[in-house]
Design a protein around this ligand. Structure first.
Ligand code: GGG
Length: 353
């Protein structure tokens, strides 16, 4: 099989981790009879600084014909983050209808968690984040700039369709996994959108009597990710809450450098996008020490979505093996002193024919 993959390395370490991961994706492809044809788009902050926009006006349409998108990271120290995010990642997620963001959090054998007493295998859950609306809806405005009575309004939008889509995806995943879904909202304080969300979870739970539903306010969920992460199986949350919780989920599982994600177009009309959860990390950009594993694991999610589970399994197996090997190269975020290339070279050596 041959697939057309759009590459958007983006900013900072996004370039390092995407470049480093491609030989591995290709090597796995070779072994599974898969060809990946790449088209690279040099969109991002450098373009913004030169031309005033993160991507061309027809950028999203140019992505549409591809089978999948692999993105690195977005963010630049000289540009406000809301400009970079709204100029590239958010329009792609919204216009390609990538309504569901899936972010696994797994503590692998051989990786140290900052949580005392937790070892490989003790943490294994997946967060389903609503990905195109909620608190990220671009609704609001500012008035009276610079005056004492300056004000800003930022509204969240929760549609029945958007909420049902992500909640249903989470119920389906829970059914396939350990049968537990944790619904995270803040409906004591957010009495409209989040109450609708809770009602939708309650309605859909009738269709999934085999799934146990736990309800948590987001503050309690943040605490319990630290206090009892083993209690989570599938978590569903709004756009903003999901973003925050998945950073916590990444760090308790050892590093942001290990956290992959998939932005899924569940109606299948447009490509899905795969990206490490981490950002562009300008502090280490260009040093060749970024951890490529979050991108490699995002590549495994990409293979899953293409319907290539054997390729996905190969990638995950070599990552697991490497992390479990105390003599394997590791980047500084995992306590090692190796570079990005050394980690990928070691993964390539571990691939079986
Ligand atoms: N690799 C993804 C990336 O660049 N993330 C930076 C970021 O700010 N993300 C916010 C979000 O995912 O909503």
């Amino acid at each position: 099989m041959s697939y057309e993959i759009a590459l958007i390395p983006g900013d900072g370490i996004g370039n390092t981790v995407v470049d480093a991961s491609l030989p591995l994706l290709d090597a796995v492809g070779d072994r599974e009879g898969i060809t990946l044809e790449y088209t690279e788009f040099d969109w991002g902050s450098e373009r913004y600084l030169e031309q005033g926009s993160m991507m061309p006006d027809d950028g999203v349409d140019r992505l549409r014909p591809h089978d999948a998108i692999l993105l690195g990271a977005v963010g630049h120290p000289d540009i406000p983050d809301h400009v970079t995010l709204r100029g590239l990642m958010l329009p792609i997620r919204k216009r390609l209808n990538q309504q569901v963001c899936k972010r696994p959090s797994i503590l692998y054998e051989g990786v140290e968690s900052p949580l005392r007493g937790y070892e490989g295998g003790d943490i294994d859950f997946v967060v389903f984040r609503e990905n195109t609306e909620g608190e990220y809806a671009d609704v609001g405005g500012r008035e009276h700039r610079g005056f004492d009575h300056e004000l800003a309004i930022q509204s969240a939008v929760f549609t029945r369709e958007g909420t049902e889509t992500v909640v249903r995806a989470a119920f389906e995943a829970a059914r396939e996994r350990d049968g537990k879904l944790t619904n995270v909202t803040k409906s004591n304080a957010q009495a409209y959108g989040m109450v609708l969300w809770d009602e939708i979870v309650a309605e859909l739970s009738e269709e999934y009597p085999d799934v146990e539903v736990e309800r948590l306010l987001v503050d309690a969920a943040a605490m319990d990710f630290i206090r009892r992460p083993e209690a989570f199986d599938v978590v569903v949350a709004s756009n903003l809450f999901g973003d925050i919780l998945t950073d916590v989920g990444a760090i308790i599982a050892g590093s942001m450098g290990l956290a992959p994600s998939a932005n899924l177009c569940v109606d299948g009309d447009a490509p899905s996008m795969f990206e490490p959860v981490h950002g562009s990390a300008p502090d280490i950009a260009g040093q060749g020490i970024a951890n490529p594993l979050a991108t490699v694991l995002s590549g495994a999610m990409l293979f899953d979505e293409l319907g290539e589970p054997a390729a996905a399994g190969r990638l995950r197996r070599v990552v697991r093996e490497q992390l479990a090997d105390p003599n394997a190269p590791r980047t500084p975020d995992l306590g090692g002193d190796s570079g990005t290339e050394a980690v990928v070279a070691d993964l390539l050596d571990r691939l079986e024919d």
